[in-house]
Design a protein around this ligand. Structure first.
Ligand code: PGA
Length: 240
């Protein structure tokens, strides 16, 4: 069964979260391996479901006078098990750089949670056939500066920037090659069997083909997860 991470981004207020939660609880079963990532104020609202809880962000700082920040310690106390890091939305809009990403990963793992590290290439890099080089570089920048005992708590989400929210999904054969490359690189360089997800315009339709990629462990979905009907169809299409 593939893992399905639903990144709700900044889309639902309280009323909308109530509707969403009531609906998804009708169809998500424990064995579906779903991780719901609501915005901060609604994290505790989502606990106790047939899914795991993920946060969309965390502070790079541990504790103290950081007005407006949310610590990994805070998240862990709310039964959050996963936290996104290095998502393109944050790299692009909030200048989340490698140094910040590394601090966040350390805080997440130190608080017994798992980081979901997003990596991916731009359209230009793809057209210059630089995808694998870019991914390798992004992985090295982070993993070389993290202690090895933390590796097993880092999930990698391959999210090509050009595919996020664009309706354009990575071509299957290309994706097979990329996932195999990442997995092999992690074993060879860091001696870890990393969980690797794909994100970027996953829908209830293309997931049927994506499911054929055996070593792909799951998906990071936003647009299609926000729509209840599409989300239900994705989950049902992932059931074997
Ligand atoms: P999308 O977004 O599913 O809308 O392409 C994925 C993401 O932003 O993580």
């Amino acid at each position: 069964m593939k893992i399905i991470v639903a990144n709700l981004k900044m889309n639902f207020n309280l009323e909308e979260n109530i509707i969403y939660k009531n609906n998804i609880e009708k169809f998500i079963k424990e064995k579906d391996n779903v991780i719901i990532c609501p915005s901060f104020p609604f994290l505790s609202f989502y606990n106790n479901g047939n899914y795991s809880l993920g946060a969309q962000n965390v502070s790079e700082y541990e504790k103290g006078s950081f007005t407006g920040e949310v610590s990994a310690r805070d998240l862990a106390s709310l039964d959050v098990e996963y936290c996104l890091v290095g998502h393109y939305d944050r790299r692009n809009n909030f200048e989340e750089n490698d140094k910040i990403i590394i601090s966040k990963i350390n805080n997440i793992v130190d608080n017994n949670m798992n980081a979901i590290l997003c990596i991916g290439e731009t359209k230009e890099e793809k057209s210059c056939k630089k995808t694998l080089t870019i991914l390798q570089k992004q992985i090295i920048e982070i993993f070389n500066r993290i202690s090895p005992e933390k590796y097993k708590n880092i999930i990698i989400a391959y999210e090509p920037i050009w595919a996020i929210g664009s309706g354009e999904v990575c071509e299957i054969n290309k994706l097979k090659e990329i996932i195999t490359f990442i997995k092999n690189f992690m074993v060879k360089s860091y001696k870890v069997n990393s969980i690797v997800l794909y994100g970027g315009s996953v829908t209830e339709f293309n997931v049927l083909d994506l499911n054929d990629i055996n070593n792909l462990d799951g998906y990071l979905v936003s647009t299609s997860a926000i729509n209840i009907k599409n989300f239900e169809a994705i989950i049902s299409n992932c059931r074997s």
